[in-house]
Design a binder for this molecule. Sequence first.
Ligand SMILES: Nc1ncnc2c1ncn2[C@@H]1O[C@H](COP(=O)(O)OP(=O)(O)OP(=O)(O)O)[C@@H](O)[C@H]1O
Length: 583
Amino acid sequence: MKVFLELGWYFKQEKKAYLSGIFILMIVAILQLVPPKIIGVIADHINDGSMTIGLLGQWMGVLVVVALAMYFLRYYWRIMIFGSSLKLSKLLRNRLYQHFTNMSPAFYQKRRIGDLMAHATNDLQAIQQTAGVGVLTFVDSLSTGGFVIAAMAFTISWKLTLICLIPMPFMVILTSWFGTMLHRTFYQAQEAFSSLNDKTQESITGIKVIKTFGQEKEDIEDFRKQSEDVVQKNITVAKIDSLFDPTISIIVGISFFLSIVFGAKYVLNGELTIGQLLSFTTYLGLLIWPMLAFGWLFNIVERGSASYDRVSLLFQEKVDITDDEKALNVVPEGDIEYKLADFTYPGETIPVLKDINFILHTGETLGIVGKTGAGKTTLLKLLIREFDRYDGEIMFGGKALKEYKLEKLREAIGYVPQDHFLFSASVGENIAFTHPNTSTKEIENAARLANIHEDILQFIDGYHTIVGERGVSLSGGQKQRISIARALLMNPEVLVLDDSLSAVDAKTEEAILSSLRQNREGKTTIITSHRLSAIQHADLILVLEAGKIVERGMHEDLMESDGWYKEMYLRQQLEELVEHGGH
Ligand SMILES: Nc1ncnc2c1ncn2[C@@H]1O[C@H](COP(=O)(O)OP(=O)(O)OP(=O)(O)O)[C@@H](O)[C@H]1O
């Protein structure tokens, strides 16, 4: 039951709704005692011959009024209690979503998407059940159960009541045992469901790769196994679950048996009237629901508790990139200076970057090249503060990156990542992602700069064309250019193109770069590329190898030394020549 304590903050917050719901629920529990009583009274009147039509009419009238009252009151407590539980799941869902958006990429690197989806759906539903049906069963089983037992003991026979209650302790022991088993098996079932979710998400996202490599059968087999695992684990839960009701029915049956045997004896020796025994057995019937509810309560609460634990653990994950209390609320501008001793990814042991020192003046262009895995992207990730634990300092406008609010820092940087992502929205909306209220003219301008405007005009609905999930209906180069247009629309202080021109041909690349040079006068640009032609006009070129700067300078300087850059440049020139026959 600790989950009720853990949810205490919410019950306090929705005090009014819960208290009135519980109050109404208790009135209903009391009203329920009336019909069995009336049945007993009527039976006794019939038995001693004192029943009249008038009397019967009166009692019937009372029954109708009680039934109507219960009808409306039941409606209201449902709204109060179930309504509040729905609000709780809405609140937790929003909180969780906010938490997800605050988390850094490092969090998503170690958490599986399917898992997170399961938290946001299954777990929240189980918690909602606890705050709704759980509260109902808790209050109702105790109040209805308590009132019925009191009515049996004080208005009929405390001796018979005690006899009938003998089987009850067994029920408590059994239900708590079932509850513990349920907790364990339900947790395993939830874990299996998370894995299945993950598998489905991954397979659908990677369906093209699966098909290309003809791995459909293996994938289906893998899915079938995981699905089977979910079913097996849920069957285990269902088996334990199914033992609940029969167990309770047996216990109730024994109670009925005892009440009839001993009740009949009391009627015969005159301690009870027939009507009283009739009322008593009807009351005993009323006890079935609270008993079942008590069994369900364990079930619901155990599930809710497992889910609440899982969601709480998630909430406890600290947001690792945070703003300093005194962080500046200004968009940084000025020179960028790296004074980095070394950087190691969290959880890794070998540094990915070492001794990175350079200054990039405002308005200049920096080119970063090197073999794959040399650390180019990592260097950029530190600039946008995806990671901020490193030895050394990265300065922007004379201040360390951490001195600015993260939001402001990111406003200054238009980052086009390697793995660009387009949303299932129109091309125009995708470009205007950061500034949804931008005018069409500005969107078109950004598209022109990114050399994609003409392509967009060819699409069926132009800028209104809907891009499929992850932009499947577009070519790689088109997607890249739309991502560039998105960054350009921000007109950022620093534009970062992280290998963002890899899917466009050399001519288009040159067109984009020259329009950038013209339009981004006075603003800083950083380009990483495997094609050296993309950075040959840069004011500073850094060649990285295994996380270190091994060559630096302008194109002309680097061509004078016999290093990796010169060798690569000449090779790429030759390749270009062979490919296009010198045209
Ligand atoms: N999130 C991460 N966690 C741990 N290691 C990482 C992470 N991202 C990259 N690395 C490692 O850091 C090194 C540098 O990777 P990085 O992506 O910066 O290289 P790159 O020069 O941009 O390569 P490419 O040209 O292929 O994009 C690689 O050895 C890579 O395996």
